[in-house]
Design a protein around this ligand. Structure first.
Ligand code: GTP
Length: 455
């Protein structure tokens, strides 16, 4: 049963088509052969009986008269009949009166037993028929059975026997020819049936195999699948076409979904790293970049600086013209800072009106110059909103990153302290805080290098 379950669809279809055909062919052939050989045997028997039925009455007077020449000519005539190989006529005592051909000599006892309906044994290629010759009162219409002898009629007397032998070989040859032809027909029929069955089985199993392969690929995650559409039957062709349409739809949907997911992921990633108002990198990115900058200055001597930029009197804009005006100003300041720094520098918005600037590959003097350039730009900027005009400034705290610092947080604290100092000592100025190795950076000694106070 397990073996049956393992048979492929193709072989199952072959079995379904071929098994009944083979069984039917075997049965029909057996029947044809049986009927055919029986008919041939019967024909031989009938032929033998017909000959002895003719010979027995014809030989009656020859036997009575003891005329061997007459009997011999009767046998001669019988020998002309097809398949007759030998013939003999015996008298009542079993004495041979005439013979033709090579026949089996029968003993008188054997001849007598024929009365009792027994058939004498002969060679396989010989079929022997024996009939009694009865006296004149015999009934001409008596029938003798093949290979047997009939009993004489009432009031008649057996005066001899006619013995005819027929050659069964032509009949056997005919049988063999029938068998050969039948087998040839069966083999040819089965070959044609097999050929048709193979083609039919393939026309079903091939599309099914294609479908199975497609489904397996999709199950394995390959959605961009298309199977060949070669099916000749309407139903299988519809299945193949349907599968391809379905696979295409799933693949398209998946692609669209993936694009949306990618877009949403990119947007989320952007939002997680950028300030929504100004589009600048946010505090999280700033902290990462600062860490990278500190590591680069320690590892490769790529020194830089951190500037904290806190706008001065920004609140007035909010309070006078509303939050939207403040937003507008923040965006413009963000743009201004970006325009005034170098390409490798990183500008981030880290709070309400606070920006951070990380300067990369920069000497201390250049850093101070850049910070000062920025301060001047913000101080010179005039913000016009509706019919109002505002001038704001920026307090900038700077710390140089020279590779001596290990922890980015000490740079942060230092820059914050410097910015606080810039604010405290009158705003609109740049203050540098120098971090020393033994410095806990909580109370910075300010080193203002510029400080134009704007009132
Ligand atoms: N329009 C706007 N205002 C903001 C935003 N974030 C923070 N603020 C406001 O910005 C102001 C910042 O406060 P401060 O720094 O004390 O104001 P300031 O006038 O600059 O004060 P100084 O720094 O001392 O000169 C607060 O009033 C906040 O409400 C924002 O995204 N948009």
């Amino acid at each position: 049963m397990r073996r049956l379950a393992r048979i492929s669809l193709h072989n199952r279809l072959l079995l379904v088509a071929l098994l009944p055909a083979a069984l039917l062919a075997t049965l029909v052939t057996a029947l044809v052969l049986y009927r055919g050989t029986r008919t041939l045997d019967q024909a031989l028997h009938d032929h033998g009986n017909a000959i002895v039925s003719f010979l027995a009455p014809a030989a009656e007077y020859g036997v009575i008269a003891g005329n061997r020449a007459t009997l011999a000519s009767l046998l001669e005539a019988a020998m002309d009949q097809r398949e007759v190989s030998a013939g003999a006529i015996y008298n009542e005592q079993g004495v041979l009166l005439a013979s033709k051909g090579r026949f089996t000599v029968l003993e008188p006892e054997v001849l007598h037993t024929v009365h009792q309906g027994e058939v004498p044994d002969t060679a396989p290629e010989i079929f022997a028929v024996i009939a009694p010759i009865v006296s004149a009162s015999i009934n001409i219409e008596d029938e003798f059975q093949a290979g047997t002898a009939a009993s004489p009629q009432e009031g008649t007397r057996t005066i001899g026997w006619v013995h005819v032998e027929l050659d069964t070989r032509p009949s056997a040859r005919e049988k063999n020819a029938i068998i050969g032809a039948s087998l040839l027909l069966v083999v040819a029929g089965l070959a044609v049936t097999g050929l048709i069955a193979v083609r039919l089985a393939r026309s079903v199993s091939r599309p099914v195999a294609g479908l199975v392969q497609g489904v397996e690929q999709m199950a394995a995650g390959v959605l961009d699948v298309a199977i060949p559409e070669h099916a000749t039957s309407k139903e299988l062709a519809a299945l193949e076409h349907g599968f391809n349409t379905m696979a295409r739809a799933i693949s398209d949907n998946q692609r669209t979904l993936q694009t949306r997911i990618d877009d949403a992921t990119a947007l989320l990633a952007y939002q997680a790293q950028h300030d929504p108002l100004t589009g600048l990198p946010n505090r999280r990115v700033f902290e990462q970049k600062l860490e990278e900058c500190v590591a680069a200055s320690r590892r490769a001597g790529d020194h830089g600086a951190l500037c904290f930029i806190d706008l001065d009197r920004f609140k007035i804009v909010n309070d006078t013209c509303g939050h939207a005006a403040g937003d507008d100003l923040l965006m413009r300041i963000a743009l201004l800072i970006q325009q005034r720094v170098r390409e490798q520098d990183i500008v981030c918005r880290i709070g309400g009106d606070e920006f951070a600037l990380i300067l990369r590959a920069c000497s201390r003097v250049d850093a101070l110059r850049l910070a000062e350039h920025l301060r001047e730009g913000i101080a010179a900027f005039e913000f016009e909103y509706q019919d109002r005009s505002f001038s704001i400034g920026a307090s900038i705290g700077m710390t140089y990153i020279d590779g001596s610092q290990i922890d980015p947080s000490e740079i942060l604290i230092a820059a914050d302290a410097a910015c606080y100092e810039a604010k405290r000592s009158g705003r609109n100025q740049v203050v540098e805080y120098v971090v020393r190795p033994d410095d806990n950076a909580t109370e910075p000694p300010p080193q203002g290098i510029s400080g134009e106070h704007v009132s």
